[in-house]
Design a protein around this ligand. Structure first.
Ligand code: 13P
Length: 259
Protein backbone atom coordinates (compact mmCIF):
# COMPACT_ATOMS: atom_id res chain seq x y z
CA UNK A 1 0.00 0.00 0.00
CA UNK A 2 1.47 3.35 -1.04
CA UNK A 3 1.38 6.12 1.55
CA UNK A 4 0.14 9.50 0.29
CA UNK A 5 2.79 12.20 0.13
CA UNK A 6 2.08 15.92 0.28
CA UNK A 7 5.11 17.98 -0.76
CA UNK A 8 5.36 21.77 -0.64
CA UNK A 9 7.43 23.57 -3.26
CA UNK A 10 7.80 27.13 -1.99
CA UNK A 11 9.67 28.12 -5.17
CA UNK A 12 11.41 31.54 -4.96
CA UNK A 13 9.22 32.81 -2.13
CA UNK A 14 9.54 33.57 1.56
CA UNK A 15 11.91 35.45 3.84
CA UNK A 16 12.98 34.39 7.28
CA UNK A 17 10.16 35.80 9.40
CA UNK A 18 7.30 34.78 7.10
CA UNK A 19 8.81 31.33 6.64
CA UNK A 20 9.02 30.72 10.39
CA UNK A 21 5.40 31.83 10.87
CA UNK A 22 4.28 29.61 7.99
CA UNK A 23 6.08 26.48 9.14
CA UNK A 24 5.02 26.94 12.78
CA UNK A 25 1.40 27.30 11.67
CA UNK A 26 1.64 24.19 9.52
CA UNK A 27 3.26 22.17 12.32
CA UNK A 28 0.56 23.26 14.76
CA UNK A 29 -2.27 22.38 12.38
CA UNK A 30 -0.89 19.06 11.10
CA UNK A 31 0.83 17.53 14.11
CA UNK A 32 -1.85 14.89 14.65
CA UNK A 33 -2.01 13.91 10.98
CA UNK A 34 0.45 11.06 10.90
CA UNK A 35 -0.94 8.71 8.26
CA UNK A 36 0.73 10.46 5.34
CA UNK A 37 4.20 11.80 4.48
CA UNK A 38 4.78 15.56 4.40
CA UNK A 39 7.74 17.46 2.96
CA UNK A 40 8.59 21.13 2.62
CA UNK A 41 11.06 22.48 0.04
CA UNK A 42 11.99 26.07 0.90
CA UNK A 43 14.61 28.11 -0.98
CA UNK A 44 18.25 27.23 -0.13
CA UNK A 45 18.56 30.26 2.16
CA UNK A 46 15.88 28.86 4.48
CA UNK A 47 16.89 25.19 4.65
CA UNK A 48 18.77 25.55 7.94
CA UNK A 49 15.98 27.56 9.57
CA UNK A 50 13.23 25.20 8.48
CA UNK A 51 15.31 22.20 9.50
CA UNK A 52 15.51 23.46 13.06
CA UNK A 53 11.77 24.30 13.12
CA UNK A 54 10.69 20.82 11.97
CA UNK A 55 12.87 18.91 14.41
CA UNK A 56 10.80 16.36 16.32
CA UNK A 57 7.92 16.61 13.85
CA UNK A 58 7.21 14.18 11.02
CA UNK A 59 7.70 16.86 8.35
CA UNK A 60 10.66 16.18 6.07
CA UNK A 61 12.99 18.62 4.37
CA UNK A 62 13.51 18.90 0.63
CA UNK A 63 15.50 21.08 -1.71
CA UNK A 64 14.15 22.57 -4.95
CA UNK A 65 17.24 21.67 -6.97
CA UNK A 66 20.77 20.26 -6.75
CA UNK A 67 23.92 20.19 -8.87
CA UNK A 68 25.37 16.85 -9.97
CA UNK A 69 29.01 17.34 -9.01
CA UNK A 70 30.25 16.58 -5.48
CA UNK A 71 32.38 19.71 -4.97
CA UNK A 72 34.70 22.10 -6.77
CA UNK A 73 34.76 25.24 -8.86
CA UNK A 74 31.06 25.56 -9.70
CA UNK A 75 30.22 29.05 -8.46
CA UNK A 76 26.66 29.35 -7.24
CA UNK A 77 25.87 25.64 -7.18
CA UNK A 78 24.89 23.33 -4.29
CA UNK A 79 26.03 19.69 -4.13
CA UNK A 80 23.99 16.67 -3.00
CA UNK A 81 26.35 16.24 -0.03
CA UNK A 82 25.66 19.81 1.09
CA UNK A 83 21.93 19.13 1.03
CA UNK A 84 22.42 15.99 3.08
CA UNK A 85 24.60 17.96 5.48
CA UNK A 86 21.88 20.54 6.09
CA UNK A 87 19.31 17.80 6.74
CA UNK A 88 17.51 17.30 3.44
CA UNK A 89 16.01 13.91 2.67
CA UNK A 90 14.45 14.82 -0.70
CA UNK A 91 15.29 16.92 -3.72
CA UNK A 92 13.02 18.15 -6.51
CA UNK A 93 14.66 17.51 -9.88
CA UNK A 94 13.66 18.56 -13.39
CA UNK A 95 10.90 20.97 -12.46
CA UNK A 96 9.43 22.50 -15.62
CA UNK A 97 10.51 25.96 -14.47
CA UNK A 98 14.10 24.73 -14.42
CA UNK A 99 13.68 23.08 -17.81
CA UNK A 100 12.07 26.24 -19.23
CA UNK A 101 13.99 29.15 -17.67
CA UNK A 102 17.34 27.50 -16.94
CA UNK A 103 17.52 25.27 -20.01
CA UNK A 104 17.90 22.02 -18.08
CA UNK A 105 17.98 19.11 -20.47
CA UNK A 106 17.01 15.51 -19.75
CA UNK A 107 20.74 14.72 -19.77
CA UNK A 108 21.39 17.18 -16.93
CA UNK A 109 18.30 15.98 -15.06
CA UNK A 110 19.48 12.37 -15.34
CA UNK A 111 22.89 13.32 -13.90
CA UNK A 112 21.17 15.14 -11.04
CA UNK A 113 18.95 12.14 -10.26
CA UNK A 114 21.94 9.77 -10.21
CA UNK A 115 23.96 12.16 -8.01
CA UNK A 116 21.05 12.57 -5.58
CA UNK A 117 20.59 8.81 -5.23
CA UNK A 118 24.31 8.27 -4.73
CA UNK A 119 24.06 10.64 -1.76
CA UNK A 120 20.97 8.96 -0.30
CA UNK A 121 18.61 11.77 -1.26
CA UNK A 122 15.20 10.85 -2.67
CA UNK A 123 14.72 12.52 -6.06
CA UNK A 124 11.27 13.89 -6.80
CA UNK A 125 11.46 13.79 -10.57
CA UNK A 126 9.09 16.17 -12.36
CA UNK A 127 7.75 15.39 -15.80
CA UNK A 128 4.92 16.90 -17.82
CA UNK A 129 3.79 18.18 -21.18
CA UNK A 130 3.11 21.73 -22.39
CA UNK A 131 -0.33 22.78 -23.63
CA UNK A 132 0.98 22.78 -27.20
CA UNK A 133 2.19 19.19 -26.83
CA UNK A 134 -1.13 18.08 -25.33
CA UNK A 135 -3.07 19.73 -28.15
CA UNK A 136 -0.94 17.85 -30.65
CA UNK A 137 -1.71 14.54 -28.93
CA UNK A 138 1.90 14.15 -27.78
CA UNK A 139 1.34 13.86 -24.02
CA UNK A 140 2.29 10.18 -23.73
CA UNK A 141 5.22 10.59 -26.09
CA UNK A 142 6.66 13.43 -24.00
CA UNK A 143 6.12 11.60 -20.69
CA UNK A 144 7.70 8.45 -22.11
CA UNK A 145 10.73 10.33 -23.42
CA UNK A 146 11.28 12.28 -20.20
CA UNK A 147 10.92 9.26 -17.89
CA UNK A 148 13.14 6.93 -19.91
CA UNK A 149 15.86 9.54 -20.36
CA UNK A 150 15.77 10.95 -16.83
CA UNK A 151 15.89 7.51 -15.16
CA UNK A 152 18.67 6.03 -17.32
CA UNK A 153 21.23 4.06 -15.34
CA UNK A 154 19.19 3.87 -12.14
CA UNK A 155 19.21 0.39 -10.58
CA UNK A 156 16.03 -1.49 -9.94
CA UNK A 157 16.51 -1.56 -6.20
CA UNK A 158 16.76 2.24 -6.05
CA UNK A 159 13.87 2.82 -8.41
CA UNK A 160 11.03 2.17 -6.00
CA UNK A 161 12.34 4.84 -3.60
CA UNK A 162 12.13 7.54 -6.27
CA UNK A 163 9.10 9.80 -6.39
CA UNK A 164 7.68 10.95 -9.74
CA UNK A 165 5.67 14.16 -10.02
CA UNK A 166 3.36 14.56 -13.00
CA UNK A 167 3.13 18.30 -13.54
CA UNK A 168 1.41 19.34 -16.75
CA UNK A 169 3.13 22.65 -17.54
CA UNK A 170 -0.16 24.30 -18.52
CA UNK A 171 -1.66 23.62 -15.08
CA UNK A 172 1.19 25.11 -13.04
CA UNK A 173 0.36 28.40 -11.36
CA UNK A 174 -2.62 28.93 -13.67
CA UNK A 175 -5.41 28.11 -11.23
CA UNK A 176 -6.61 25.57 -13.82
CA UNK A 177 -5.72 22.05 -12.76
CA UNK A 178 -5.93 19.06 -15.08
CA UNK A 179 -9.18 17.08 -14.77
CA UNK A 180 -9.26 13.95 -12.64
CA UNK A 181 -9.57 11.85 -15.81
CA UNK A 182 -6.53 13.50 -17.43
CA UNK A 183 -4.56 13.01 -14.22
CA UNK A 184 -5.48 9.35 -13.70
CA UNK A 185 -4.75 8.60 -17.37
CA UNK A 186 -1.27 10.19 -17.20
CA UNK A 187 -0.42 8.55 -13.86
CA UNK A 188 -1.51 5.12 -15.00
CA UNK A 189 0.53 5.57 -18.19
CA UNK A 190 3.60 6.60 -16.17
CA UNK A 191 3.23 3.52 -13.98
CA UNK A 192 3.10 1.35 -17.11
CA UNK A 193 6.29 2.95 -18.43
CA UNK A 194 8.03 2.31 -15.10
CA UNK A 195 6.78 -1.27 -15.14
CA UNK A 196 8.46 -1.86 -18.51
CA UNK A 197 11.58 0.06 -17.54
CA UNK A 198 12.02 -1.79 -14.26
CA UNK A 199 10.83 -5.08 -15.72
CA UNK A 200 9.07 -5.59 -12.41
CA UNK A 201 5.42 -4.88 -11.70
CA UNK A 202 6.21 -4.76 -7.98
CA UNK A 203 8.56 -1.75 -8.32
CA UNK A 204 6.04 0.12 -10.45
CA UNK A 205 3.37 -0.66 -7.87
CA UNK A 206 5.49 0.65 -4.97
CA UNK A 207 6.66 3.86 -6.65
CA UNK A 208 4.74 7.00 -5.74
CA UNK A 209 3.44 9.35 -8.42
CA UNK A 210 2.38 12.81 -7.25
CA UNK A 211 0.27 15.32 -9.15
CA UNK A 212 1.29 18.99 -9.33
CA UNK A 213 -0.52 21.89 -10.98
CA UNK A 214 -2.98 24.21 -9.23
CA UNK A 215 -3.88 21.68 -6.57
CA UNK A 216 -5.83 23.32 -3.76
CA UNK A 217 -8.26 22.35 -0.98
CA UNK A 218 -11.20 22.54 -3.42
CA UNK A 219 -9.93 20.01 -5.97
CA UNK A 220 -7.64 17.89 -3.77
CA UNK A 221 -10.20 15.34 -2.63
CA UNK A 222 -11.12 14.21 -6.13
CA UNK A 223 -7.55 14.30 -7.43
CA UNK A 224 -6.06 12.39 -4.48
CA UNK A 225 -8.82 9.78 -4.64
CA UNK A 226 -7.68 8.65 -8.10
CA UNK A 227 -6.25 5.16 -8.10
CA UNK A 228 -2.76 6.05 -9.34
CA UNK A 229 -2.39 9.39 -7.56
CA UNK A 230 -0.17 9.09 -4.48
CA UNK A 231 -0.04 12.70 -3.35
CA UNK A 232 0.61 16.21 -4.52
CA UNK A 233 3.46 18.61 -5.23
CA UNK A 234 1.98 21.91 -4.18
CA UNK A 235 3.13 25.36 -5.26
CA UNK A 236 0.86 28.36 -4.56
CA UNK A 237 -1.36 26.62 -1.99
CA UNK A 238 1.69 25.63 0.08
CA UNK A 239 2.45 29.26 0.95
CA UNK A 240 -0.54 29.65 3.21
CA UNK A 241 -1.12 27.96 6.59
CA UNK A 242 -4.84 27.39 6.00
CA UNK A 243 -4.66 26.01 2.50
CA UNK A 244 -1.63 23.78 3.06
CA UNK A 245 -2.94 22.39 6.35
CA UNK A 246 -6.33 21.73 4.73
CA UNK A 247 -4.58 19.85 1.93
CA UNK A 248 -2.76 17.70 4.48
CA UNK A 249 -6.05 17.03 6.30
CA UNK A 250 -7.76 16.04 3.05
CA UNK A 251 -4.87 13.72 2.17
CA UNK A 252 -5.07 12.13 5.62
CA UNK A 253 -8.78 11.41 5.07
CA UNK A 254 -8.19 10.04 1.56
CA UNK A 255 -5.38 7.84 2.88
CA UNK A 256 -7.77 6.25 5.35
CA UNK A 257 -10.35 5.73 2.60
CA UNK A 258 -7.79 4.09 0.32
CA UNK A 259 -6.58 1.68 3.03
P1 13P B 1 1.08 25.45 -8.35
O1 13P B 1 0.50 24.60 -7.27
O2 13P B 1 1.31 26.88 -7.94
O3 13P B 1 0.31 25.33 -9.63
O4 13P B 1 2.55 24.89 -8.65
C1 13P B 1 2.71 23.54 -8.85
C2 13P B 1 4.16 23.25 -8.91
O5 13P B 1 4.85 23.67 -9.82
C3 13P B 1 4.75 22.45 -7.81
O6 13P B 1 6.05 22.08 -8.11
Amino acid sequence: MRKLFIAANWKMNMYHQGAVELIRGIIERTRLLNSIDIMVAPPFTLLETIKSEIQNTHIQLGSQDVFFEESGAYTGEISPGMLLDVGCTHVIIGHSERRQYFHETDEIINKKALAALKNHLVPILCVGETWEERKQGKTFLILNRQILFDLQGIDNEKLSSIVIAYEPVWAIGTGKSATKEQIQEAHSYLREVIKEFASSPEIAYQLRILYGGSMNPKNAQEILSQKDVDGGLIGGASLNIDSFSSLVQIAENVQKMKE
